[in-house]
Ligand binder design. Structure first.
Ligand code: COA
Ligand code: ZN
Length: 316
């Protein structure tokens, strides 16, 4: 499948960030149906699972199967989370396109989430880069380095911009192919987003920076607008706003993919995603998780009457 050019990359993370937090285990078939339907709606990058110990998060016991089946889908950039070298090795063995490695800027959250000091997590990223390169996978597998709790932490409160800047600089220097700045618990506001992203962008040179916002307190899309102004063109979001870290008290859903795509499309920023088809994917997730678990303003209100997509307007 060839894709038309886009202005903004919207990456679906509901199958990872969303499902890590739900009590219901979605069967592998359901995950695949969700992936296939989002890809058909035009979502070109999807985080499909997490390589964590199955005992810790049973939802991802089928990680290997989900990845090997999703890798057969043409046109999909497949990302998977790895919290440590062991997880990255599982991802490398299957040939995922991108590994999402996470470190928290908050030392306390890092200890709770991955049971080690932040500096150990940062040092592990260097080992992951070395392992990938030693396996001859450089140029085949990208390493995205995520900084969780970069805009606030439910254990530590505010996080100093300088700490985020230093962690981002370390990861860029270590060879990250992408830096992801995450508001894990939804504390951020647009002014803070401008401050943090400006500081990070000044530090990481040409390494692309992505934003990962949670809409816990209703500032999610305002934060996207602020990040867009800084030049950010990659955003994580979840179908129906599923999401939240099980090891961060008070964490709830990511920004809603459907609402994000609607806002971007309305702004004339093409995402390559068909809004009607995207809205229809909710039925698949709802059939496993219940419709109450999905949120979203666009789904509630519907597309405006006579709505024309950015692509339709551009070609009119
Ligand atoms: N995949 C599968 N098994 C793994 C693994 C991985 N990525 N990492 C470790 N294990 C296994 C080890 O082999 C060991 O198995 P054993 O008991 O049979 O010997 C066991 O798990 C414990 O390993 P250890 O290295 O001591 O891990 P830990 O208990 O210190 O936990 C993490 C560390 C990182 C694996 C765990 O805290 C984790 O997965 N955290 C991620 C949490 C998360 O997903 N948060 C939300 C997303 S940010
Ligand atoms: Zn998240």
């Amino acid at each position: 499948m060839t894709h038309s050019p886009i202005d903004v990359l919207v990456r679906e993370v509901g199958l990872r960030d969303g499902l890590q937090n739900t009590a219901t285990i979605v069967p592998t078939e359901g995950k695949l149906a969700w992936i296939v339907a989002e890809l058909a709606a035009g979502v070109r990058e999807i985080e499909v699972t997490s390589f964590v110990p199955p005992k810790l998060i049973p939802q991802f016991a089928d990680a290997e199967e989900v990845v090997s089946r999703a890798l057969k889908l043409s046109g999909l950039t497949l990302m998977a989370l790895a919290p440590n070298l062991r997880g990255a090795e599982r991802a490398f063995a299957l040939g995922v396109h991108k590994v999402d490695y996470v470190t928290s800027v908050s030392r306390t959250h890092n200890l709770k989430n991955v049971r080690r000091e932040r500096e150990e997590s940062l040092a592990d990223f260097v080992r992951i880069v070395q392992a990938r390169d030693a396996a001859g996978l450089k140029g085949h597998i990208e390493l995205a380095a995520g900084l969780s709790t970069a805009l606030g932490c439910s254990y530590e409160g505010r996080i100093a911009v300088d700490e985020v800047r230093r962690c981002a600089a370390f990861l860029a220097e270590a060879g990250a192919d992408e830096i992801m700045i995450a508001d894990t618990v939804g504390y951020a506001d647009p002014r803070q987003v401008r401050e943090v992203f400006t500081a990070v962008l000044a530090e990481v040179g040409t390494v692309p920076v992505a934003a990962h916002f949670h809409d816990t307190r209703g500032t999610g899309l305002a934060n996207v607008a602020a990040a867009l102004e800084c030049g950010i063109r990659r955003f994580d979001s979840s179908l129906g706003g599923l999401g939240g870290c099980p090891f961060a008290p008070g964490a709830s859903g990511n920004i809603v993919t459907e609402d994000l795509c609607f806002m971007l499309d309305s702004m004339g920023l093409s995402t390559g995603i068909d809004l009607e088809r995207l809205l229809a994917v909710r039925e698949i997730a709802a059939s496993y998780l219940g419709s109450d678990s999905l949120s979203g303003a666009l789904a509630r209100a519907g597309l405006p009457r006579h709505y024309q997509s950015a692509a339709a307007r551009a070609s009119a």
